[in-house]
Design a protein around this ligand. Structure first.
Ligand SMILES: [Zn+2]
Length: 481
């Protein structure tokens, strides 16, 4: 449970401004601004598309196709540990036809969105399946957009390679991903899941934006890994980091050079990125197929559906008669078999969809959680995932000011631990005033944050931090057991 604010102190100039803000800020003007931006982008893209030298132009979006109803015939069995694990396979785009981008006319689009909203209302279990297209509006290029793409992120990675177009440097790519702010679509999904309209999200993306958007990890399967996650080869523990975990240069080398956070284990850590011809993570794959089995509606957002086994998820749903809706600028190999095909930018579709339900898209806020564990002889500060409360490394440095220490201590790396020169005894009458100055990795320009709290008994105290990327302000709360 969340307690009220307790905080004060913003001694460090730019730091923390603890104003209590109501949620009303996340509505009205913010939603309108999001909409205006998405509409502007869509209009500009559509204009560019009209002017682009395309082959065999074809009128986009004819009529809303009828949904196909059919009996469920059961999916293929999920990939259990006994079964050989499938590896991602891909059909590279080969023809201009496949690279061509389409835009539905406005009235057609509105009609399709009404149909989609109705199907979501009627559905028993709706899932969302996302590909690179959901992240292009955040500045991260996709894989399969053609040379003629109207997207500002330019041709996809494979297309650039095929045409010898220079790829962004690795460093730039990493920065783009880490600094990317979840798109209106990512945030709309968070809302649809919170409202129970969408039950589960399967993603092929490794950019980590679904987790950063605040989507409950229990409702998410990341089939191809997450750039921020590494796991232990010995004990299997997963660790989230606010930096790119991948350090290896060779494609199939995944050792990161770090060791397990658990001092009793210290096994080697590997990044979670899945490259072509590598096994997909069994737990993520199983949960994706299990949820797809329950689903009667799947909304595919920004995926060309050409990478397997991921594309089997909507593919198998179609086979057993469930509805699959694709939202993509390009056509997909499923376009003749899906229940509805929408050609528009994903942001515009999801913003309109959320509006159709009379809901608001929440504004992105970066959530951080950490624990201060005061013992009789030491103090330990540990970053945690706000949802799962598992270790999350997002602190770069912690400055500790506490009475048992004669001078302030700057802890430069994890574990952030201080031993006391003598045992301490804490009580209500004799609390320990703890003052911490936190430094972050700072991908969103998070300023240092100073936190002060009187700790009255030994044991852990958990803090929830919320960072508003637009106002550059922190809010701090104490989480109570
Ligand atoms: Zn381990």
């Amino acid at each position: 449970m969340v307690s009220t604010f307790f905080l004060f102190s913003s001694a460090l100039s730019m730091a923390a401004n603890f104003t209590s803000k109501s949620n009303s800020k996340a509505s009205g003007s913010h939603m309108e601004a999001m909409f205006a931006q998405a509409q502007k982008t869509q209009a500009a893209l559509q204009e560019d598309y009209k002017n682009a030298p395309m082959t065999t132009p074809r009128k986009a979006g004819s009529k809303v196709p009828q949904a196909r109803h059919g009996k469920a015939s059961g999916l293929k069995p999920s990939y259990g540990s006994a079964a050989p694990k499938p590896k991602p396979r891909s059909n590279a785009i080969s023809s201009e036809f496949e690279k061509k981008e389409y835009f539905d006319e406005e009235d057609v689009l509105s009609e399709k969105i009404q149909v989609l909203a109705q199907w979501i209302r009627e559905s028993r279990y709706c899932i969302v399946f996302t590909g690179a297209g959901i992240s292009t509006s955040t500045g991260i290029p996709d894989f399969r957009s053609g040379v003629n793409t109207v997207l500002t992120t330019g041709p996809g990675v494979w297309e650039r390679k095929a045409h010898g177009i220079k790829l962004p440097s690795q460093q730039k790519k990493v920065q783009n991903v880490l600094k990317a702010v979840p798109s209106p679509s990512h945030m709309a999904i968070v809302k649809l899941v919170r409202e129970g309209l969408v039950k589960f999200v399967v993603s092929q993306n490794t950019d980590g934006l679904h987790r950063r958007s605040g989507l409950d990890p229990k409702c998410l399967a990341e089939l191809h890994g997450n750039t921020n996650m590494e796991h232990c080869l010995k004990c299997g523990s997963k660790f989230m980091r606010d930096y790119r975990t991948r350090t290896a240069k060779a494609v199939h080398d995944h050792l990161t050079g770090r060791t397990c956070d658990d001092p009793k284990c210290r096994g080697p850590l590997v990044d979670s990125i899945i490259n072509f011809n590598e096994d997909l993570p069994e737990d993520e794959l199983d949960s994706a197929f299990e949820n797809a089995k329950l689903a009667d509606l799947c909304i595919v957002l920004g995926s060309s559906l050409r990478v397997y086994p991921a594309a089997d998820i909507p593919g198998d749903m179609i086979k057993r008669g469930a509805k699959v809706v694709t939202v993509n600028l390009q056509k997909t190999p499923f376009n003749k078999r899906c229940a509805l095909e929408v050609h528009a930018t994903i942001d515009i579709v999801l913003l309109k969809l959320v509006k159709e339900f009379g809901l608001e898209v929440p504004q992105f806020q970066l959530k951080r959680c950490f624990q201060v564990d005061v013992r009789n002889d030491s103090l330990l500060i540990q970053g945690l995932d706000p949802a799962s409360k598992t270790p999350y490394s997002f602190l770069k440095q912690v400055k500790v000011e506490i009475p048992p220490l004669k001078k302030d201590i700057e802890l430069m790396k994890e574990p952030f631990e201080v031993k006391f020169p003598r045992q301490v005894v804490l009580s209500k009458e004799n609390p320990m005033p703890v003052s911490l100055t936190l430094s972050f990795q700072g991908h969103y320009g998070e300023p240092e944050l100073r936190i002060e709290k009187d700790i009255e008994e030994v044991g852990p105290t958990m803090f929830l931090l919320t960072f508003d990327v637009t106002t550059v302000e922190w809010e701090t709360e104490v989480l109570e057991e």
